[in-house]
Design a protein around this ligand. Structure first.
Ligand SMILES: [Zn+2]
Length: 195
């Protein structure tokens, strides 16, 4: 799914008002699986590489493919989760690692059913297996069009849930921005990439 949906979902499940450290860990965990993709995007812009080359070639080649695989490895986050849960019994701040791992695992679980050609090896290093779903969250050739509507509906619903839970003006401003952001990627990848 799109990054902002991962962030909104993890926040809706795990974030609480007046717990900034916990909420930061939740947001970081929800973002980290997509970190390699954003790094590739920014680096390719700086290096002046064509959009087509980035997403059809570089994304599937080392070191980028390795970075994406590591960032989307469920066993790594499960390890973090076990360490976090164990360590919290004698060192309370370790619960932040637990929240980080949980948010990342929610990200992986919701990406799992909606990737086709770009499916991640979610069980690496245990297995290289990739689940090629019939549904892509973005590719119109694999039901991406109707899923996009579904994801936008989920995103707006989650924004509403968080709006009710958080009263701070800056949080609510970010929620408005998140809703606006749903219109960005379809415009960017659909309209601009077609030019
Ligand atoms: Zn992802």
């Amino acid at each position: 799914m799109n990054t902002q949906t991962h962030v909104l979902l993890a926040a809706a499940v795990l974030a609480k008002p007046d717990q900034p450290a916990r909420n930061t860990a939740v947001i970081a965990g929800s973002l980290v699986p997509d970190l390699a993709i954003y790094t590739l995007f920014v680096w390719s812009k700086i290096a002046g590489i064509a959009e087509r080359t980035v997403w059809s070639e570089l994304y599937y080649q080392p070191p980028w493919s390795d970075a994406v695989t590591i960032g989307n490895s469920a066993p790594i986050y499960l390890l973090f989760l076990v360490v976090g849960l164990t360590a919290t019994t004698w060192f309370r701040p370790a619960s932040l690692l637990t929240y980080f791992a949980l948010a990342a695992l929610i990200h992986l679980a919701t990406d799992f059913p909606v990737h086709v050609d770009d499916a991640h090896a979610h069980f690496w290093p245990v297995s290289e297996w990739r689940f090629r779903s019939p549904v892509s969250y973005w590719n119109p050739n694999h039901n991406g069009n109707w899923f996009a509507f579904f994801e936008i509906a989920i995103g707006i619903l989650l924004s509403f849930v968080l709006w009710r839970r958080f009263h701070a003006v800056w949080v609510r401003a970010l929620l408005v921005l998140a809703v606006i952001a749903y219109l960005g990627p379809p415009l960017y990848f659909g309209v601009l990439a077609g030019l």
